[in-house]
Design a protein around this ligand. Structure first.
Ligand code: TRP
Length: 467
């Protein structure tokens, strides 16, 4: 007995000092909850639609497996090794160096993404309310739907409170902690999410345009591939997996030390994220082809094209309600992880209480969210914002949602591959260096990811185009 207590005393002490996930399933649901978000249901379908469908999807899946999965593993290994937040992790592993700026970059991206992301989540909440109150019960034309959307997002009276409500709900979850807040919320929300998703997918696959939708998503015409499409697939892979910012460092730090074998956890999260993106495509494209509309609807796809279609379907209000509820849930579990990224840093490094940290983050997120909500006509200044498309919102979206995430991914790979070292990382992950997976991960983290990301960055500099 004595000996047993002795053996388990170190992890037990650790667990007592630091909050954490109680189960592997809870961890996967939470990591998948972070990854699965507006990126899967709002962004992926419109990017696939604009990128010609299956060719984009194919490249996207390759990037997820070859680059996304290794970067997620790299982030988990850092967090698991240090059991600290995104900034302090680097301070612990590389004391006295500038590497902690990688963590700082990620935490700042957390604030920025929180701001514009909760604006879009607020739209989804508004559209959920519209669906419930029967706004899509009778057919509306594409023009009327476009008009409805632009006037909705231009009105600060609805968009600001909607975003504030989303932030407040997520902040309340984070305030309760990792095990009792995030993990529990994920246990409730993710199953509801999957049920809604499956129901909607089954419904869509029974529509007359299902065959066309499937062909569009899964029958690649590689001649359609262009350099910008390949680049946008890479950006989308990083965005969708929530990697490159330290979110997965933070979640990895809350995993029990005695957990061995993180590969299955990362693989499940990645598979869930990709599966949901594909299912979202299976929901949206059959409906689009059935209605005889174009797949390249752009960012308005989910808010302009879909309501037109919903409004013509039998039980359209119910389907619209399920769809926007899906968006809101997806957004909530992602926003929770953005807040946790920042909160963990303030708690671990600055010694703040969780309550104080969450209040500050929610406050800053709300304040930064106001110019985002005003970027669509509510204020001429923020709408135009020095000529950036989509104004202040667009600036945060491009600079942090794309550029910083990819840059962060690059630095994380360089750190793990060349500074801290693959042998250490693999040991933490419980993977033998000589095994196939170890070799593959080392190659990807040391060479493949840095090269692919460098190619994207060079492309951006040369063309001046962000994905
Ligand atoms: N992965 C999220 C999505 O697909 C978006 C996202 C990017 C994110 N970076 C993040 C979410 C950081 C939480 C934290 O919608």
């Amino acid at each position: 007995m004595e000996v047993m207590t002795d053996q388990s005393s170190a992890p037990a002490q650790d667990a007592a000092r630091r909050d954490g996930f109680a189960s592997r399933v809870g961890f996967v649901l939470s990591a998948a909850g972070s990854a699965i978000g507006l990126g899967n249901i709002w962004r992926f379908p419109y990017m696939a639609g604009e990128g010609g469908g299956a060719a984009f999807v194919l490249v996207y899946i390759l990037f997820v497996l070859l680059l996304g999965f290794p970067v997620m593993m790299a982030e988990f290994s850092i967090g698991q090794a240090t059991r600290r937040g995104a900034v302090q992790s680097f301070e612990v592993l590389a004391p006295g160096t500038r590497w902690s700026w990688v963590g700082r970059l990620g935490v700042s991206a957390g604030y920025a993404i929180l701001a514009f992301y909760s604006a879009v989540a607020g739209w989804a909440l508004g559209y959920l309310e519209k669906s419930v109150s029967g706004a899509f019960a009778s057919p509306i034309s594409a023009d009327a739907s476009g008009e409805l959307f632009s006037s909705f997002i231009a009105s600060p009276v609805t968009s600001i409170p909607a975003a504030a409500l989303i932030i407040a709900l997520s902040a309340a979850v984070v305030f309760k902690g990792v095990g009792r807040g995030i993990e529990r919320a994920s246990f409730v929300l993710m199953p509801i999410f999957f049920l809604l998703l499956l129901g909607l997918a089954v419904h869509s696959l029974m529509l007359p345009g299902a065959g066309d939708g499937l062909r569009f998503l899964f029958k690649p015409d590689l001649s359609k591939l262009t350099v910008p499409i390949v680049m946008s697939a890479l950006g989308q892979a990083f965005f969708s997996l929530s990697i490159g910012m330290g979110v997965m460092v933070t979640y990895g730090s809350y995993l029990n030390r005695r957990e061995t074998g993180l590969a299955p956890l990362a693989l499940s999260s990645v598979a869930a994220d990709t599966g949901v993106a594909l299912l979202a495509g299976l929901i949206i494209f059959p409906a689009i082809f059935t209605a005889g509309m174009k797949p390249a609807g752009g960012p308005g796809l989910a808010f302009v094209t879909l309501p037109t279609i919903f409004s013509t379907l039998p039980m359209g209000s119910l389907i619209a309600t399920a769809f926007y509820a899906l968006l809101v849930i997806a957004a909530l579990t992602s926003i929770v992880s953005m807040i946790e990224l920042i909160a963990a840093d303030l708690v671990d490094r600055k010694g703040w209480t969780r309550g104080r940290a969450v209040l500050l983050i929610a406050g800053v997120g709300f304040l930064l969210g106001i110019p985002c909500a005003l970027s669509f006509g509510g204020s001429a200044f923020f709408t135009r914002f020095f000529g950036v498309p989509d104004g202040f919102f667009g600036l945060l979206n491009i600079a942090f949602g794309n550029l910083v995430m990819v840059l962060g991914g690059l630095f994380i790979c360089l750190f793990v591959g060349w500074k801290w070292g693959m042998p250490q990382a693999l040991k933490v992950l419980g993977i033998a260096e000589g095994k196939k997976l170890g070799v593959l991960l080392s190659f990807s983290i040391r060479w493949l990811c840095p090269a692919a990301i460098a190619a994207v960055l060079i492309f951006i500099v040369i063309t001046g185009k962000f994905f």
